[in-house]
Design a protein. Structure first.
Length: 76
């Protein structure tokens, strides 16, 4: 077991949205489980939560996502 964790070094030009702090970061600063990204621009990262909400709505209303179950009834 390693004594020290290797921290991921941020790359200039890669932007992330930190879910824990609610902030935009250049390069990964927080752990992967707490961030969305990478994004190409600071602006895209700033709108990460809006983009996630839009994608979730698309998936929730996608008829292919709600397939018929094994018994013939629609899964809920």
């Amino acid at each position: 077991m390693a004594l020290f964790k290797r921290r991921t070094v941020g790359k200039p030009g890669e932007w992330y949205y930190c879910l824990k702090h609610g902030t935009v970061e250049e390069g990964p600063q927080c752990r992967a489980a707490d961030r969305f990204g990478p994004y190409a621009t600071r602006e895209e990262a700033a709108h990460a939560m809006e983009s996630a909400r839009e994608r979730n709505l698309e998936w929730e209303t996608d008829p292919k996502w709600h397939d018929m179950g094994k018994g013939g009834a629609q899964d809920e």
